[in-house]
Design a protein around this ligand. Structure first.
Ligand code: NDP
Length: 291
């Protein structure tokens, strides 16, 4: 059996088209334009590239994106004061702080400054708490993108065994929580897991989010499993996932490629969360909201 290759680029493009159409409709009704502020500290080239791609995606769908760059040595209080001003700014519906921050800044304290109703990354304690209770306001973008891909590919979740490799706050834990809410039986693996292959072989749905190139090989996968590769590592100028595609694809039923799998979905979910923040600000309830 050869796995279906899940085209995240195509799915993300379809989502962007839906979001653009919704924003155009709101504009036609004179409801205004969603605004996203992206805050970046320092001059890390990878962060700068991510921020650029997010700004471009915003522009394409009609979200007004504002990039606010600070030097790497910005004092904590100055950064916090800017975030507080963005909280008050009526033209800004979503605020994103590009991580990681330089070590002199207290990342948690900075994130907690963001008003939870503008926290489109879903990283504030208020939004994490809501996610745990299955009453999410904003689901972190990569986990949300993973679930959206599974849904749009019609991969059944309820009642199935899901194994998540990785337990970070940004990817592993929230993804496991979402799968649990959707009634999967979830196992979370990490660097201290005694026998990783024994765990992954039990998975009907395997989410690889360890950041270890080609960690998951064909012999670690049960025939017919659906595999989502979240990992991105630059190896010799190329982006490499956590899944050894060549050995896994003949065994699995579906597999997401790197690049072109989860990555584009992450950006699409940021756009969706920003639209959601905007619609919440307009007082549109879940029934009238688009996504
Ligand atoms: P972290 O480094 O924060 O977490 C990695 C997790 O993997 C940790 O829980 C770690 O365990 C676990 N791990 C590491 N090595 C192994 C191993 N050999 N076996 C089992 N578990 C292991 O990374 P992130 O969660 O932030 O990101 C994971 C990957 O996803 C990265 O490659 C990142 O670049 C990518 N990513 C991709 C995105 C996209 O849009 N496609 C978005 C965000 C991230 P322990 O806790 O014990 O240390």
């Amino acid at each position: 059996m050869a796995a279906r290759i899940v085209d995240g680029k195509r799915v993300a493009a379809a989502m962007r088209a839906e979001i653009r159409e919704r924003i155009q409709g709101l504009r036609r009704d004179n409801r205004g334009v969603p605004g996203l502020a992206v805050v970046r500290v320092g001059d890390d080239p990878a962060s700068a590239a991510y921020v650029r791609s997010k700004a471009k995606a915003c522009q394409e769908v009609g979200i007004a994106a504002r990039e606010i760059g600070f030097p790497g040595f910005v004092p904590h209080d100055e950064l916090v004061a800017h975030l507080e001003a963005l909280n008050r700014d009526a033209a800004v519906h979503g605020i994103l702080v590009q991580l990681p921050l330089p070590p002199h800044l207290d990342e948690r304290a900075v994130l907690e400054t963001v008003d939870p109703v503008k926290d489109v990354d879903g990283f504030t304690y208020a939004n994490i708490g809501r996610l745990v209770e299955n009453r999410a306001r904003f689901v972190p973008c990569t986990p949300a993108g993973i679930l959206e891909l599974l849904d749009r590919e019609k991969i059944e979740i309820a009642g199935r065994r899901a194994v998540v490799v990785g337990r970070s706050e940004i990817v592993g834990k929230p993804t496991a929580m979402l799968l649990l809410h959707r009634h999967a039986t979830v196992t979370i693996c990490h660097s201290r897991t005694a026998d990783l292959a024994a765990e992954t072989r039990r998975a009907d749905i395997l989410i690889a989010a360890a950041g270890r190139p080609r960690l998951i090989t064909g012999s670690m996968v049960t025939p017919g499993a659906a595999i989502v590769d979240v990992g991105i590592t630059r190896v010799g100028g190329r982006l490499v996932g956590d899944v050894d595609f060549d050995s896994v694809a003949p065994v699995a039923s579906a597999v997401t490629p790197v690049p072109g799998g989860v990555g584009p979905m992450t950006v699409a979910m940021l756009l969706r969360n920003t639209l959601r923040a905007f619609e919440m600000g307009l007082g549109l309830g879940p029934a009238e909201r688009s996504a």
